[in-house]
Design a protein around this ligand. Structure first.
Ligand SMILES: Nc1ncnc2c1ncn2[C@@H]1O[C@H](COP(=O)(O)OP(=O)(O)OP(=O)(O)O)[C@@H](O)[C@H]1O
Ligand SMILES: [Mg+2]
Length: 160
């Protein structure tokens, strides 16, 4: 967490100059936190993620992939945990721009995370493609889940 935060954005305001292209691109809201309680929040989180990714300069294909990943993570929060939060953040590392999506809930947790990451595993009669899909669509994927405590999925996608 600290690592991302440190690299999150520039300390100079929009008026500071001169700035590199990368820095200019990061003059976007550095972090958006979206409470998730119902299906409408799935649409909202998806939209906000798309907006942030567009501001960071991601191309149309990546925008769709990022929006899809956010949808799946948010849908899982609504379905399994009822409520939680999506945090979106622009990051810069070694001159590369990227987006971090953190999906966090205090829900029931996942007893077997390895199984949940397999295509076709679902406890709700779903297709079981959400988490494996998110993993495939992103460059970095991390999941921490504890039964009775909740689940946090953190993904990063870098701009090519
Ligand atoms: N936030 C969460 N809290 C608790 N359990 C979860 C959470 N997210 C996923 N799971 C568990 O992991 C399983 C796999 O999730 P995944 O999103 O891959 O598939 P699905 O939601 O069952 O179906 P699909 O997403 O394809 O409609 C779920 O069935 C559920 O048991
Ligand atoms: Mg799902």
């Amino acid at each position: 967490m600290g690592r991302e935060r440190r690299r999150a954005v520039t300390s100079d305001g929009p008026a500071a100059a001169p700035r590199s292209k990368a820095r200019a691109a990061l003059d976007v809201p550095r972090e958006t936190s979206i409470p998730v309680r119902s299906d409408v929040d799935v649409v909202l989180a998806r939209q906000k993620g798309r907006e942030l990714a567009a501001a960071l300069g991601f191309g149309p294909t990546d925008l769709t992939l990022i929006a899809t990943a956010i949808s799946e993570l948010t849908r899982n929060i609504v379905l399994y945990a009822k409520c939680g939060r999506i945090v979106l953040r622009g990051i810069e590392q070694d001159g590369k721009l990227g987006i971090v999506v953190v999906a966090r809930d205090d829900g029931p947790g996942i007893p077997n995370v390895a199984a949940a990451l397999q295509s076709g595993f679902s406890t709700s009669g779903g297709l079981g493609l959400g988490l494996p899909g998110v993993r495939r669509l992103t460059d970095e994927f991390d999941i921490v889940s504890e039964v009775g405590r909740g689940t946090t999925v953190t993904v990063k996608k870098w701009k090519q």
